[in-house]
Ligand binder design. Sequence first.
Ligand code: PMP
Length: 354
Amino acid sequence: MKSWEENIRRVVPYVPGEQPKKDKLIKLNTNENPYPPSPKVLDSIKDSSLYERLRLYPDPAASMLVQAIAAYQGLTPDRVFVGVGSDDVLAMAYLTFFNSGKPVFFPDITYSFYDVWADLFRIPYETKALDGNFCIVKEDYYGENGGVIFPNPNAPTGLLMPLDEMEDIIAHNQDVIVIIDEAYIDFGGISARSLLDRYENLLVVQTFSKSRSMAGMRIGYAMGSDKLIKALNDVKYSFNSYTMDQPTILWGTASVEDEGYFRETVTRIIDTREWFKSEMRELGFHFPDSKANFIFASHESIPARAIFEEARKEDIYVRYFAKPRIDNYLRITIGTREEMETFLSFLKRFIAAF
Ligand code: PMP
């Protein structure tokens, strides 16, 4: 090995779900929203003055978007930080807050980016096993640590932690930063947002990628005390001042301002999820009671991998993780009712023939 090669930062990257380049397929593998973004976003896309403004740098503070999110969440703008999807916000939070040299705690079965960022930034970490029902055991997070992060609802299980349990974890960890990743909170969960005034070490992260149908736009944000938000901004401005481009700022703001459309599409997904759960139970699947826009299901007799591979042949994509404890489960995103009906009829055929 040449000596320059020894100094390359080597990482095993996160592997996102497939984005197949096909027109006709049923895509239930990356928890995208099956409905388009708000029509108000389309109106602002048609705004021709944006074209003129593209020659200028965008507002580095993305103030318009920050103010819209702050107003929506009932916070002052100095308590909101925006980034290029919540992945960017979370990565920035790792860099900003997890510097004690002590291990950061997160669940063993969770969003598979958490250990990747820890490795990238050389942050030690310790995973805490979920219990036999895939629940987070709050007492596991009481010990000395360098920070805590978990999603609520957890991914890929979809299980929601009640507010009092979350508060218990935060209350036991007031010397470190606790990050609650609420990528899926709008599909039936209660946000930790209400705890922000009591805990200045709490950071709550949300995204436009799921409930606002804007995964392609890349908008995520963090809410916290003004001290945490300032620290995040200082790190961001030391890395790249212009993370949010001009169209994103404008179109993201239009989305936040359309509360009615947001509620309507989220409700539709929740209704489809609950109907889909009952259909899946009848087919012999079991799953944790998801409050997200996906379910994490295992069949009583047919291996998950076999279903995953056969569905793929029919251009139906779901997510399969070949990992210990979860390698007999499929994570199935809730699409439109029609998409779920097609998937169910595939399953009925496959199960009958197996
Ligand atoms: N957190 C969790 C738990 C997720 O599942 C995802 C989606 N992959 C993200 C964060 C990141 O989403 P985005 O960067 O699109 O906001």
